[in-house]
Design a protein around this ligand. Structure first.
Ligand SMILES: [Zn+2]
Length: 279
């Protein structure tokens, strides 16, 4: 299975490295898209992903909560990171109207810059949205030749699934949606087209309820190894065999992020590895 959105570069997870990649592989995770959030953490994403090539895949972007600290040359720096790495996607970026302290116009302008870069460089985006689905839709609908994109931890209305999907949206599910107060979001996920559904942790954020994840409840952060349990729980919620959900969501993630499974005949114990195809 593939973790379509996480932040393994965050300091809370520092103590888990360097065993983490090995433990993730052991748990059946075959790739993770590691999202930057600000100019200061892009080098850490770069470093981490170069430690585990073809397993951790980088994404670079300005999270809407962090745009206030952007430098005047942020978009040039972003483009440089992306051009240097054909493996990289764009994210985390987006619009968040739940945060009243960040001017809407600034958020929209920064997100529109990411969307324009996505089209210019033909890279998928990983998008954060909160109470701003209309604004996000407007920006995306105005971009010509927009590549497919991920609405990570999608919590928008059911009526917007089809219009977003028509623009090329994929939707990822996070463990946090098992919180009782998120029951409506969990329900909404029954209506996501199966060929657009992805799994994510958003680790170290978006921790799931302790009763659903007892093994990892003692961690003060969302542990990346919760993904298999999330897959199992979501499969049960959707009344699907877990293996079918894992196979379909992995295939969806490979298509969106242009990952390609390759077999190696060298050793029976090393049968699979993941390689990113050129855009
Ligand atoms: Zn995130």
């Amino acid at each position: 299975m593939i973790d379509a959105h996480c932040h393994l570069q965050f300091p809370q997870l520092e103590t888990l490295h360097p065993l983490l990649a090995q433990q993730m592989r052991h748990a059946g995770i075959s790739a993770a898209i590691v999202n930057g959030t600000c100019e200061a953490d892009w080098p850490n994403v770069f470093y981490l992903c170069h430690q585990q090539p073809h397993f951790f895949y980088p994404a670079y972007g300005l999270h809407p909560w962090k745009i206030s600290n952007r430098s005047p040359q942020w978009s040039e720096t972003l483009e440089n990171f992306l051009r240097a790495e054909p493996n990289a996607s764009i994210g985390e970026c987006g619009i968040d109207h739940w945060r009243k302290d960040i001017p809407k116009s600034d958020q929209r302008e920064v997100f529109a810059t990411h969307a324009a870069l996505s089209s210019k460089l033909d890279r998928p985006m990983s998008i954060h949205g909160l109470k701003a689905w209309g604004a996000i839709y407007e920006v995306l609908a105005n971009i010509k030749a927009l590549p497919p994109f991920l609405l990570h931890s999608y919590s928008g209305p059911r009526e917007m699934i089809a219009p977003f999907a028509a623009l090329g949206a994929y939707f990822s599910f996070s463990a946090y949606f098992f919180e009782p107060r998120k029951a409506a979001t969990c329900e909404m996920f029954r209506h996501i087209p199966f060929d657009r559904l992805l799994l994510e942790t958003d680790a170290p954020d978006m921790k799931g309820p302790a009763s659903f994840f007892p093994e990892h409840s003692h961690h003060p952060f969302h542990h990346p190894l919760t993904l298999p349990r999330t897959a199992e729980l979501l499969a049960s919620h959707l009344a699907l065999p877990t293996a079918q959900l894992i196979e379909q969501s992995s295939s969806n993630a490979r298509r969106l992020f242009r990952l390609e499974l390759q077999s190696f005949p060298c050793s029976p114990s090393v049968t699979w590895s993941i390689k990113r195809t050129a855009p």
